[in-house]
Design a protein around this ligand. Structure first.
Ligand SMILES: [Zn+2]
Length: 64
């Protein structure tokens, strides 16, 4: 799926290893989409991971 923001990256479904949360992330601009209480939250990878105390590096997630 093409990213609606940068129109270049591919949106990947991934699992965050430490929290087991499933999120979607653009492999180009690192926009993140996730579901919270039935609503889709749009943020970016740095913000998302820092809120959880995890380093915002790709080794913390696994593509599913
Ligand atoms: Zn993007």
């Amino acid at each position: 799926m093409l990213c609606e923001f940068c129109k270049q990256g591919d949106v990947l479904k991934v699992v965050v290893t430490k929290t087991h949360e499933t999120i979607e992330i653009c492999d180009e601009c690192e926009t993140v989409w996730y579901n919270k209480d039935g609503r889709i939250i749009v943020t970016n990878y740095d913000q998302y991971m820092s809120e959880r105390g995890i380093a915002p590096v790709w080794s913390e997630i696994s593509i599913i």
